[in-house]
Design a protein around this ligand. Sequence first.
Ligand SMILES: Cc1ncc(COP(=O)(O)O)c(C=O)c1O
Length: 290
Amino acid sequence: MVFLNGKLLPIEQASVSVLDRGFIFGDGVYELVPVYSRVPFRLDEHLARLERSLGEARIRDPYSRAQWRGHIYHLIDAQAFDDQSIYFQVTRGAAKRDHAFPKGVEPTVFMMANPLVNPPQAQVERGAAAVSATDNRWLRCDIKSISLIGNVLLRQLSAEAEAAETILFRDGRLTEASASNVFIVKRGVIQSPPKSNLILPGITYDVIAELARANDLPIEFRPITEQEVRAADEIWVTSSSKEVLAIVTLDGKPVGDGRPGPVFRRMHQLYQEFKKKVMRAGKREAVSAA
Ligand SMILES: Cc1ncc(COP(=O)(O)O)c(C=O)c1O
């Protein structure tokens, strides 16, 4: 079952107008929330980021926070599988093609649940390859926009090199990767670029920061040069589906000793423990009656 504009229905019956501005202009925003044992992970943080993306894109938020939660819980409960990836998007709606905002148009809301695919254990243990590229995307990478052609073209570079990610540099500095944030470790210090218009403020990025601080692992947010990335002891990519994954080669050259490093192994363990704690608590916030 999928969710379209307030209703749950089989995917075959879900359709939107060809004039939808999501289809015509990529004029919309989205979120992706991992669900473990039917408990959404960091749902409120994802909803807060959605509200921010909608505000920056000047798209009306069709639901209150409590209504969003209610619709998401219903969608989770309508699936046969427990570990899910909930994708949801809001577009500016369907209207005659014109760049300027249409008047009096309802936003289109679509949500679907897919089985959650986290990196296989072998990849967690062995690490993954990445390639690098120039970050040639627009200057509002902080908005989680559905206009992803820049990210798609960049990700394809790593797909064609049989690598897991494309790590991006803009003006000689690390930004993020095509679908994840990037951390490096040098002499035991975890480092990542600060939040700005050039990167997506990752929910997993925040979890990593919280776990590091709670466990006395040194962490710094500051601009990082391309040379620093290439000389790092460890490189990690983080996202809701990749969680935290070690990058062991960059452009074919080994990172550190070419194996997932000790700080990665510790952080991966902390992340798994934290997830289990959240699942055990099994907390679902209040939903509105509406
Ligand atoms: C460009 C980009 N950066 C970072 C992330 C990581 O964000 P999160 O941890 O919220 O999944 C994503 C996730 O899809 C992304 O597409």
